[in-house]
Design a protein around this ligand. Structure first.
Ligand code: GAL
Length: 418
């Protein structure tokens, strides 16, 4: 009898719990992103867990492929079929493009309530706002002009980090003598483009980068300086290993982590892989600005765009956006991801030396006019132009076209894509 009452009570309690659970489970977000490497997934987990604690369910829609090219293709398919995801990781000009189509949600109320205007730097607001309205929540600031070095290999080569292209080539020669792959590069268009933009900045300096890449000036794109850029790209290619073609960026990072390669040019998401492998900056690896680009920063910022998917999802979307801008989250996420906070009021205390350098470099570059958007990561030109540049850069890097042809085609391809 007693058992019966208790089991009835227990059943009742379970029913209530189930109903509450069901009500909570309805509040969820479906998130399209391309954070599939070990370090990236670890960072994303910080957000997932944060939302789960608030009772917001997480439906994962990962689309592998660095820099999000494939993710954007998947997004187009979802929107075309009338079923956009709740929230989408997005970069720079893609945000503007989707906003123009009028399919994204407005975050103004939350932004006002949380004072985003005062703490999100102008360079990011440029992409988080459309027609004066907040339409995206920036998660981080990444930067692409970095070089990641295996510390043991560097020490063996004399321990001196290279400060310009000549010193870089001298170091790569030493790595070659050590019998390791000097430069771990993954031959995918976006990775070729990421390397290329660092070389443009190194060879030409910030003014030239702005002229050629941001303004897409035809003369700059076929100039003698650009010739030097392509010559340097050909030279760098000689330091790749035989298996570079098509390799994912994180697999190249792994080669440097394991000491099979000496260096990798890559954005600071690369640090996420080192940390994931329990390696420490200054002990196991060294992060430096790509030789010749000290003082300048090419940036990109991952932002979450909330699609207009109806009122019943709105609360979960706002909670997600609020969670993203929470200063504590900004620290917890970005210390794992390799990026730096999207807010200017977050202290650097919890960040490692590479993170501290990233934050300092960013602030200084912004103040001195040496901050510019990364082309390869969507912050310099719309996707059509970006991909037109990738085509020329990749064909040239793979030896399909000569430097003369690259210089002729680059301004033509850019003009055709504009
Ligand atoms: C970038 C993105 C980073 C990182 C990287 C490699 O475009 O901003 O967060 O994920 O691609 O996938």
């Amino acid at each position: 009898m007693k058992i019966g009452i208790f089991s009835k009570l227990a059943a009742g309690a379970a029913m209530i719990a189930l109903t509450a659970g069901a009500a909570k489970a309805q509040e969820s977000v479906e998130v399209l992103h391309w954070w599939t490497s070990g370090g990236e997934a670890a960072a994303l987990n910080v957000l997932k867990e944060n939302l789960q604690k608030q009772g917001i369910g997480w439906q994962d829609m990962p689309v592998a492929g660095g820099s999000g090219v494939q993710a954007m293709t998947a997004l187009r398919a979802r929107v075309t079929s009338g079923d956009p995801p709740t929230a989408v990781q997005m970069l720079g000009f893609d945000i503007k493009d989707w906003a123009e189509m009028g399919v994204v949600g407005n975050l103004n109320d939350l932004a006002t309530e949380q004072g985003w205007d005062k703490v999100i730097p102008a360079a990011l607001q440029e992409f988080s706002k459309f027609d004066g309205d907040w339409i995206a929540a920036p998660v981080n600031v990444h930067s692409t002009n970095w070089l990641w070095l295996n510390k043991a290999a560097l020490d063996k080569a004399g321990g001196e980090p290279p400060k310009n292209m000549d010193e870089l080539f001298a170091l790569l020669d030493k790595f070659k003598e050590q019998g390791i792959t000097p430069l771990a590069h993954g031959g995918q268009p976006w990775q070729d483009g990421t390397l290329w933009e660092s070389v443009v900045l190194s060879v030409g300096g910030m003014d030239f980068y702005k002229k050629a890449v941001i303004e897409a000036d035809a003369e700059a794109l076929s100039s003698d300086t650009m010739r030097q850029v392509f010559d340097n790209m050909s030279k760098l290619r000689e330091y790749f290993d035989a298996n570079f073609s098509g390799r994912d960026w994180n697999l190249s990072t792994a080669l440097v982590i394991e000491g099979q390669a000496g260096a990798q040019q890559m954005g600071d998401w690369s640090k996420g892989e080192w940390l994931r492998a329990e390696k420490k900056p200054g002990e196991d690896f060294v992060c430096i600005r790509f030789p010749g680009t000290q003082g300048s920063v090419l940036f990109n910022s991952d932002q979450f765009v909330m699609f207009d998917v109806g009122e019943d999802k709105r609360n979960a979307q706002l909670k997600m956006a609020a969670a993203v801008e929470d200063p504590a989250f900004q620290i917890a996420f970005n210390t794992v991801k390799g990026s730096v906070p999207a807010r200017t009021d977050v202290p650097d205390t919890e960040f490692d030396d590479c993170g501290k350098k990233g934050m300092k470099d960013l602030a200084e570059a912004a103040a001195s006019g040496n901050l510019a958007g990364s082309l390869a990561h969507g912050h310099a030109q719309p996707s059509s132009v970006k991909e037109a540049v990738f085509d020329v850069v990749t064909q040239h890097l793979n030896g399909q076209i000569t430097t003369d042809q690259a210089l002729e085609r680059l301004p033509q391809a850019v003009a055709a894509a504009q």
